[in-house]
Write a protein that binds this ligand. Structure first.
Ligand code: NAD
Length: 323
C-alpha cells in the first residue's frame, strides 16, 4: 500500500478549458466536489467565456469558487487535471494524436512543475496511457501521484451496455475494462457480476440468452462507442467529465474507490515500464494500489498485447522522435 495523506482545501486546477476541461469543471461544480476550481488555458478569451457561463449558474446550484487562472494556480492544489491538447478527428485512433499531444503536454508538464507544491496529477488528454507514462517520468513524483483516466470511461460504457442487455440499472452491474484506453482495451468478462452473481450464472439462472457472440457484440460496441460519438458530434466530453467526478471525489473528499485507471506498472502481472489500466484503489494520494486480480488466459493475452503496443510507442518516442 502506497502512502496516504490528508487533504486540505479541495483545490483543483484544470489545464485545458476546451470541451473536456470545461465539462469537467461544470460537473465538479454542480456536484460540489471541489471548493476551488482554476481553469487554465492558453486561450484566455474562450476560457473567460467558459468560466462565466458556468459561474452564472452557480448561485442556484453549487458553491465552488470557479475562476480563470494561470499556471501559478497549481500551487497548493490537491488535484491538477490535464486536458490540454487536440482531440481525435473522425477516423483517427487515439495513438494518432501522439506526436502532437506529447509536445503540448511536455510544455504543460514543465509549467506545472515550476508551480508544483503538492497534489495528485490526473491525465485525461489522449493518448492517455502514453501521456500518463511521460508525465509521470517528467514529474518524478512518488508512485501513483500521476495517473490517467485510462479505461474508467470504457468500463463505464461496458457497464452501461451490459445493464441495457440484462435490463437492470447500472448500479447492480460490476465490471472492468483493462489495458489501453483505445483499441487495445480488454473487457474482463470473467469478473463481471450482476447483483454480486457472476454474469454467466445470472443469465443461466434467469433464462437470459448468453453466449460468446452476445459478449463479443457488447465488447465491440464498448470499443467503438467513442468513435461513434465523434462521428456523430465531433467530440466526446460529457462521459469523461462524469467519470472524473468519481475520481475527484475519491481524492478530494476522502472517499477511496476502485476504478480501472492508468498508472505506471511496477511489476504487476510481470509488467513494468508502461502505463496501462488495471483496477486500482484511488484515494487522496492518487493510485494507492494496483489490484493483482487473476484473469483468464485470453484476458492476459489481450493485456500483454496492449503492454507490447504501449512499449513500442514509447520506444518510438525515445528514438529519433525524442521529445
Ligand atoms: P479542445 O480542443 O476542445 O480543448 C483543448 C484545449 O487545450 C484548448 O482549449 C486549447 O487552447 C488548450 N491548450 C492547448 N495547449 C495548451 C497549453 N499548452 N496549456 C493550456 N491549454 C492548452 O479538446 P477537447 O475535446 O477538450 O479534448 C481534450 C483532450 O481530451 C484530447 O486529447 C482528447 O482526445 C482527450 N479526451 C480524453 C478522453 C478520455 O477518456 N481520456 C475523453 C475525451 C477526450
Amino acid at each position: 500500500m502506497m502512502g496516504n495523506h490528508t487533504i486540505g482545501n479541495r483545490k483543483v486546477a484544470i489545464i485545458g478549458a476546451g470541451y473536456v476541461g470545461s465539462s469537467i469543471a461544470y460537473a465538479l461544480a454542480l456536484r460540489d466536489i471541489a471548493r476551488e476550481i482554476a481553469l487554465v488555458d492558453i486561450d484566455q478569451e474562450k476560457t473567460d467565456g467558459e468560466a462565466k457561463d458556468i459561474r452564472h449558474g452557480l448561485p442556484s446550484m453549487g458553491t465552488a469558487d470557479l475562476y480563470v487562472g494561470s499556471y501559478s494556480d497549481c500551487v497548493d492544489c490537491d488535484l491538477i487535471i490535464i486536458t490540454a491538447g487536440r482531440n481525435r478527428r473522425q477516423g483517427e485512433t487515439r495513438l494518432d494524436l501522439t506526436n502532437d499531444n506529447v509536445k503540448i503536454i511536455r510544455s504543460v508538464a514543465d509549467s506545472i512543475k515550476t508551480n508544483y507544491t503538492r497534489g495528485v496529477i490526473l491525465v485525461i488528454s489522449n493518448p492517455v496511457d502514453i501521456l500518463t507514462y511521460k508525465v509521470a517520468q517528467w514529474m518524478g513524483l512518488p508512485d501513483g501521484m500521476v495517473f490517467g483516466s485510462g479505461c474508467i470511461l470504457d468500463s463505464s460504457r461496458f457497464v452501461r451496455s451490459i445493464a441495457d442487455y440484462v435490463g437492470l440499472s447500472t448500479g447492480v452491474i460490476h465490471g472492468y475494462v483493462i489495458g489501453e484506453h483505445g483499441d487495445g482495451q480488454v473487457p474482463v468478462w470473467s469478473r463481471v457480476t450482476v447483483g454480486g452473481i457472476p454474469i454467466d450464472e445470472y443469465c443461466s439462472t434467469t433464462g437470459l440468452e448468453w453466449n460468446k457472440s452476445i459478449r463479443d457484440a457488447i465488447s465491440g460496441k464498448t470499443k467503438k462507442m467513442g468513435a461513434e460519438i465523434i462521428a456523430a458530434k465531433g467530440r466526446t466530453h460529457y462521459g469523461i467529465a462524469t467519470c472524473v467526478c468519481q475520481i475527484a471525489d475519491a481524492i478530494l473528499n476522502m472517499r477511496p474507490t476502485i476504478v480501472s485507471v492508468s498508472s505506471v506498472l511496477m511489476g504487476e502481472h510481470g509488467c513494468r515500464g508502461v502505463a496501462l489500466s488495471v483496477p486500482s484503489v484511488v484515494g487522496s494520494s492518487g493510485v494507492q494500489m494496483r489490484i493483482r486480480e487473476k484473469w483468464t488466459p485470453e484476458e492476459y493475452r489481450g493485456f500483454f498485447d496492449a503492454v507490447e503496443k504501449m512499449r513500442n510507442t514509447l520506444v518510438y518516442l525515445d528514438g529519433d522522435n525524442q521529445i
